[in-house]
Write a protein that binds this ligand. Sequence first.
Ligand code: PGA
Length: 261
Amino acid sequence: MEVVIVPDAESGGELIARGIADLLRRKPDALLGVATGSTPLPVYEALAAFVRAGEADTSMARIAQLDEYVGLPAGHPESYHSVLLREVVEPLGLRPDAFLGPDGTASDVPAACAAYDAALAEAGGVDLQLLGIGTDGHIGFNEPCSSLASRTRIKTLTHQTRADNARFFGGDIAQVPQHVITQGIGTILEARHLVLIATGKGKSEAVAATVEGPVAAVCPASALQLHPHVTVVVDEEAASGLRLAGYFRHAYANKPAWQGL
Ligand code: PGA
């Protein structure tokens, strides 16, 4: 995998947004897998700025959701559907009907999961999947010891993830749902290009385990080592646990321009 060490979250966001803008020039109706959480926000902000400046065209772009809470009422402001409408669909001027996601309100959860995997395949698969990473190494909501072959399914959140996300629920962990629907690791690995962004010291251990550790379900993000096209974008703090940081900097500084993101 390629590891790009950037000075700060803003430049990481801009680098990835440029890659997305390039993808949309090659394929205007690309299916972009989008992630929620705080870390991807600079990507969406930079992409929206490119759209305003006429440097990116998102008018035909489609997006696919990575995960969703189970049991929040439809329209709840913290459902990931609502969050993505606010943070991605509106600022990028996307068509609301170009937005695929699992139904977190479904009474038949396994059927909703299977329907989502089928919808992704029907849509031609994800072209570029943006990923954050949990402090516990999760991608999507695939918590530690998720099957590396998993498909979209229900998962139970760890206490750590619920504590990390309590800030979106007024600091009250009791309000954070216990269950989620998440694309499985096997589902995520089907995207054509995986782009993981991590910033801040709190992610350094998870990043080191992902990039330099063994492929092991205890760190779900380490499954990215099995994919042929992965870009890991990290700021200095998130990179601070990487033994091979010097090599990653050298490789990126000497990257052939034609390779793009
Ligand atoms: P964060 O979440 O960007 O808010 O830290 C990352 C994740 O849980 O995937």
